[in-house]
Design a binder for this molecule. Structure first.
Ligand code: NDP
Length: 249
């Protein structure tokens, strides 16, 4: 039990078979009280209920700063002092560069990048007061090598922005006792990708993965567990790959 006494927020955890849900489940199994935040509050509540007693599902749109502040206040009030934030909420759009409109750009940058900033800003004053806290930002292999079947160039840009934000926050906040790390998943079979793949597309994807399989949400959750736990007490500013070797650098 690596997370006894921890109170963790996982954004975008309302999706039934997403990375957020798997992370929330593993955190709960490891003893944390978990708050699942999602723009779909009913889905967040349902996923929190599935974790058992002592967890919380809350409506939160991470692109809205007031919504982030209100959700963080509610978690503190109902679950106690927050120790861990997983910035997992994200959207993607499978577009080519000339197809990306200003609206597309705003939507993808807003959820992935602005949302990561706003949620972090909502917990940092609390973490600073306590001189302790861990922030885990979900980036992507798309940030590191571009492209991919489901991510457009604006998605790669947003996820690369998350890596920059992670490193800047890690450097600034280390003296305050706050650790900030990023996880870069490769191709993971979830709702963001699921149901849209032909067997030929899957074959093409797997051919580019040295480990010979796509990832599972649990693979990413395990990495988040390490970064949330005291086992990673000396890790900050890291960019941890969970990609089966599809991008080795
Ligand atoms: P899912 O679509 O399953 O989960 C993302 C969740 O975020 C959904 O519940 C979604 O709600 C929610 N969300 C979207 N916008 C907001 C918002 N404004 N406020 C709060 N919640 C929001 O995706 P995954 O689990 O696959 O992805 C999780 C993270 O991992 C994302 O950041 C993604 O970019 C990243 N990632 C995923 C990879 C993969 O292969 N699956 C690979 C690399 C990175 P709704 O359903 O309403 O949109």
């Amino acid at each position: 039990m690596l997370l006894i006494g921890k109170v963790a927020i996982v954004t975008g955890g309302g999706s039934k078979r997403g990375l957020g849900q798997a992370t929330a489940r593993l955190f709960a199994e490891q003893g944390a009280a978990v708050a699942i935040l999602d723009r779909d509050g009913e889905a967040a509540e349902a996923q929190a209920k599935a974790l058992g007693d002592g967890h919380l599902g809350i409506t939160c749109d991470v692109t809205d700063k007031q919504s982030c502040m209100a959700a963080v206040a509610a978690v503190e009030q109902r679950l106690g002092p927050i120790t861990t934030l997983v910035n997992n909420a994200g959207i993607t759009q499978p577009l080519k560069v000339m197809e990306v409109s200003g609206d597309h750009y705003d939507q993808v940058l807003d959820v992935n990048l602005r949302g990561t900033l706003y949620m972090s800003q909502a917990v940092i004053p609390l973490f600073t007061q306590r001189r302790s806290g861990a922030i885990i930002n979900i980036s992507s292999v798309s940030a590191q090598r571009g492209g991919g079947i489901f991510g457009g160039p604006h998605y790669s840009a947003a996820k690369a922005g998350i890596l920059g934000l992670t490193k800047a926050m890690a450097r600034e906040l280390a003296p305050a006792g706050i650790r900030v790390n990023a996880v870069c998943p490769g191709f993971i079979d979830t709702d963001i990708t699921g149901g849209k793949l032909t067997p030929e597309m899957l074959e093409q994807i797997v051919a580019g993965i040295p480990m010979g399989r796509t990832g599972r949400a649990e693979d990413v959750a395990g990495c988040c567990l390490f970064l949330a736990s005291d086992l990673s007490a000396y890790c900050t500013g890291s960019e941890v790959d969970v990609n089966g070797g599809s991008h080795i650098h």
